[in-house]
Design a protein around this ligand. Structure first.
Ligand code: SF4
Length: 680
């Protein structure tokens, strides 16, 4: 009495809310998720963050899609409506699975016959399993015949410059190597909000004496651990990192053996960074020259340094250059391939690594086999839809009507499509435009594997039953493929994993049997005692890593008299991405219930906004109203908004400009106007 209600069932899964890959035990009472606790997984050792602990209520939320739906003939597709949740369902009629799958497949076949396979596109998600991703790209390429296949990793891709440099499209050292690091360089990442359990292990290291060089315009939870917090003006990371590299080279602090024996491009780098004196960089970045020099000396002079970066570096129209500059600094200092030394792009969604490995990309086949001609990326698909070049789209687990930049463009593209099939667990803003909605299983309800930011492949099994008629993604994809003429009737999760193990070099030596027996393994499989930091001898691209020249461009939109603020978007600790799951958790919603414009108190005072006031944030794309949040962590001149709130969708404001290498949109820099909102 007075304690917890008796548990009627429990099951284990991997948390779907970020790429750390925490294992979670879900305790069920009468088919409801009563509570979650951290299991002793290899990535979390019993720890969970607030999302992992309180976010799972979405699994039994009444909005779950449980029957297939087909659009009513008289239901309009209006980009201005931005419907979601129960309002979407009024546009549809329930049908049985056969009718839904027949309608979905027939629509694609009709468009393919009339307009060619290039009129079709497939947009997956990094939220699913490896098997889902692998089968979906097969459906796109073999079933539909289209090159236009991508997924939401495109919105945060932080790996391509690493692959250019090393030939390896994953981290060279897992997070746990931080325990051996003397110094950490962290650029454009806020792990305490976005990878909280990883941040907890990092804090342990900082408390034990590991030094932190933090490059971030704002103040964040890790700032108090920083030996040097280099608060760059937004968009000036290349200048800062180039100046640090110049200090290292000018003072002879670079790793001479590594540079001569294992690195290409050093002389070109020396010439490129020559103009970036600390004083010149200080003028651009706002970071004092002596701090730039001190941070460079600390990083270069240490025995072992880990280098992390995140979306603050990658989500720019010049994001690849930011990352190239980070990697160049780490490589000239030889900070790779030893215990406590390595390169680690902190991935965003739970299965970003696995979905990319599986080939759910327009420019790579599984295992990163490059394609001569790439198909459309996530954002480009919707430009193509508006032009009539793409007419049919299969969206599996993505919500581009909230996640893409400049939402007016994406929503207009969605409304233009002749045949849209959306497969999801909730009626999302994207589903409101669908012709067919297919109810999918959540990650906790299905079997398969996922791969975390540390290259750790983990097996999952259903922790609870499927709601109503929902089905696992891979099974729905299989059944559409069968209707398009593919001989897929006998596919299983096991056979898909075995196929991947044959086709993906990273999974060499893996088998389903091994996954069932051990539940997890890190790739590449290494001999016992070999250590976790890769590339102590050579690199997958050859004996030497490459420093790739920057192709520096700047932000697309600079501030001016009409738009004097810089808009930056990001995520909160309590909510995940477009909010479809976490905003259905009463606890997370109570902790973070509304959109807020975070601004420096001095800026708000200048605008005459007092506590509890609202602001209007405007860009050249759109306008939203939301509460003002005085926040000294934000630099003066910046307005920061989370992307998870449909009531004031940050992406109605962001700019549709893509990095030329990664095709990642710029979510971190556009010009905005902010005014006090007054009601008459
Ligand atoms: Fe889930 Fe990431 Fe939190 Fe772990 S750190 S519980 S994976 S959201």
């Amino acid at each position: 009495a007075g304690g917890r209600t008796a548990v009627t069932a429990k099951g284990e899964t991997v948390c779907p809310f970020c790429s750390v890959g925490c294992r979670v035990t879900l305790h069920m009472v009468d088919d409801e998720v009563a509570w979650a606790e951290g299991a002793d997984g290899p990535a979390n050792r019993g720890r969970l963050c607030v999302k992992g602990r309180f976010g799972f209520s979405y699994l039994r939320h009444p909005d779950r899609l449980t029957v297939p739906l087909v659009r009513r003939a008289d239901a309009p597709k209006d980009p201005a409506l931005a419907l979601r949740g129960a309002a979407v369902l009024d546009l549809f009629r329930p049908v049985d699975w056969d009718e839904a799958l027949d309608t979905a497949a027939r629509g694609f076949a009709r468009l393919r016959a009339a307009h060619g396979p290039g009129s079709l596109a497939v947009l997956g998600s990094a939220k699913g399993s490896n098997e889902d991703a692998y089968l979906l790209q097969k459906l796109a390429r073999m079933g539909l015949g289209t090159p236009h296949v991508d997924h939401c990793t495109r919105l945060c891709a932080s790996v391509p410059p690493l692959a250019e440099a090393t030939g390896f499209a994953a981290v060279t050292a897992p997070i746990e190597e931080i325990a051996c690091a003397e110094v950490v360089l962290m650029v454009g990442s806020n792990p305490d909000s976005n990878h909280p359990v990883a941040a907890s292990f990092m804090k342990n290291a900082f408390r034990r004496g590991t030094k932190l060089i933090l490059v971030d315009p704002g103040i964040q939870a890790l700032s108090r651990f920083a030996t040097h917090h280099l608060r760059t003006a937004p968009g000036t990371d290349v200048a800062l990192l180039s100046a640090m590299t110049r200090v290292v080279i000018e003072e002879g602090l670079h790793d001479r053996d590594f540079v001569s024996g294992r690195l290409e491009g050093f002389e070109a780098l020396r010439a490129r960074v020559a103009p970036f004196t600390p004083e010149m960089a200080a003028g651009l970045t706002g970071v004092p020259a002596q701090d730039i020099v001190a941070a460079a000396r600390l990083f270069a002079g240490t025995r072992a340094a880990m280098t992390f970066w995140g979306m603050g570096a990658s989500q720019h129209a010049f994001g690849a250059d930011n990352i190239r500059a980070v990697i160049a600094l780490a490589l000239v200092c030889g900070q790779v391939g030893r215990p406590g030394a390595g390169l680690h792009p902190l991935r965003g969604q739970n299965n970003v690594q696995g979905s990319c490995d599986a080939g759910l990309l327009p420019n790579y086949l599984p295992g990163y086999r490059p394609l001569a001609q790439a198909g459309h990326t996530v954002v480009e698909m919707f430009d193509a839809a508006r032009r009539g070049a793409v007419r049919g789209l299969y969206v599996v687990g993505g919500n581009p009507a909230m996640a893409n930049p400049d939402l007016a463009v994406t929503r207009a593209g969605l409304a233009c499509l002749e045949h849209l099939v959306v497969q999801d667990i909730f009626p999302t803003e994207t589903a409101a435009f669908a012709d067919v909605i297919l109810p999918a299983a959540a990650l906790a309800e299905r079997a398969g594997t996922v791969t975390n930011t540390d290259r750790l492949v983990q097996r999952i099994a259903p922790a609870l039953p499927l709601p109503g008629g929902a089905r696992p993604d891979w099974r729905i994809i299989r059944d559409i493929g069968a209707r398009l003429g593919l001989s897929w009737a006998n596919l299983t999760v096991e056979s898909l994993f075995e196929d991947m193990a044959q086709e993906l070099p990273t999974l060499a030596g893996f088998s389903w049997r091994m996954m069932v027996q051990d539940d997890h393994a890190r790739y590449p499989l290494r001999p016992a005692g070999a250590g976790e930091s890769l590339f102590g001898d050579d690199f997958p691209r050859g004996a030497k890593a490459a420093i790739v020249p920057l192709d520096a461009s700047g932000a697309d939109e600079m501030t001016d008299a009409d738009y004097p603020f810089i808009l930056m978007t990001g995520r909160l600790r309590e909510h995940w991405h477009t909010g479809t799951m976490t905003r259905r958790s009463p606890v997370l919603e109570a902790l973070s219930p509304e959109p807020q414009a975070h601004m420096h108190p001095d800026d708000l005072a200048r605008l005459g906004v007092t506590v509890g006031g609202e602001v209007e944030v405007r860009t050249r794309r759109g306008m939203v109203h939301l509460a003002a949040m005085p926040d000294r962590a934000v630099r003066p001149g910046v307005v920061w908004m989370a992307m998870s709130f449909f009531e004031a969708a940050a992406n109605e404001l962001t700019v549709n400009r893509l990095d030329p290498t990664t095709r990642v949109p710029d979510f971190k820099f556009c010009a905005a106007a902010v005014e006090k909102k007054t009601y008459t």
